[in-house]
Design a protein around this ligand. Structure first.
Ligand code: AP5
Length: 215
């Protein structure tokens, strides 16, 4: 499958994407995960991206496109990909369209995960993430807790709150989403690719996405 997952911060894009990879071997590509790994490794990209991310602002389109042009041409994308957190602006969507045309491939569907705002705020303040950049498993102290001593159930690394999980950064991320990313919903509606899904239970959402791929 080749899909884009849209949705506000905390809508569950990462959780749903990870479940979808079990379906047909498609790879999850999370720009947030790639950027957090770059920050942790102290690469040039990471140094440039960190201040934007900590504030809850978007990283400039030019940096994201450079990173994604390379990523989408890696061998593991041949079986399909789930784009989680990309594109995030209209210019990124336009550049993605040109890139996919050049590569001779097309998106199957763009899924917009709809989640009420109060649920989103609750999920963001209770999320925990594995600190291992190669893992970045997602937990939630209410719905999916890590081990009792706060470690990842997959790799055993400590589970942490992300640097952009302060109240101020969360509010900024939600505002940035409304201003810069929500316009992608009508963009992809016009492209005839959009599927809105009310997403309260991740496994049900995965089944709805699989059904949408076969219609
Ligand atoms: P990114 O990592 O993409 O963050 P985000 O979009 O804010 O999304 P989140 O990761 O916060 O949430 P999610 O929707 O994946 O939800 P999750 O599955 O974790 O980006 C971070 C930063 O990087 C950006 O602010 C920006 O600076 C930069 N960046 C990234 N991409 C960029 C781009 N393309 N352009 C420019 N800048 C970019 O779920 C949330 C919580 O809810 C978890 O605790 C989970 O366990 C829980 N949960 C999920 N589903 C359920 C459910 N059904 N029931 C109960 N709990 C649930």
């Amino acid at each position: 499958m080749r899909i884009v997952l849209l949705g506000a911060p905390g809508a569950g894009k990462g959780t749903v994407a990870k479940l979808l990879t079990e379906h047909d071997g498609s790879v999850q590509i999370s720009t947030g995960d790639i950027l957090r790994a770059a920050v942790k490794d102290g690469t040039e990209l990471g140094v440039q991206a960190k201040e934007y991310m900590d504030r809850g602002d978007l990283v400039p389109d030019s940096l994201i496109m450079k990173m994604m042009e390379e990523r989408l041409q890696a061998d593991d994308c041949e079986r399909g990909f789930i784009l989680d957190g990309f594109p995030r602006t209209i210019p990124q969507a336009e550049e993605l369209k040109k890139l996919l045309e050049r590569l001779g491939i097309a998106l199957d569907v763009v899924v917009n995960l709809e989640v009420p705002k109060d649920v989103i705020l609750d999920r963001l303040t209770t999320r925990r993430t594995c600190s291992n950049p190669d893992c970045q498993a997602i937990y939630n102290i209410k719905s999916n807790p890590p081990t009792e001593d706060g470690r990842c159930k997959i790799c055993g690394s400590p589970v942490i709150q992300r640097d952009d999980e302060t109240e101020e950064a969360i509010m900024n991320r939600l505002e940035t989403y409304n201003e810069k990313t929500a316009p992608l919903i009508s963009y992809y509606e016009k492209e005839g690719l959009l599927k809105n899904i009310l997403s309260l239970k991740s496994q049900e959402t995965v089944e709805k996405i699989k059904a949408a791929l076969h219609t």
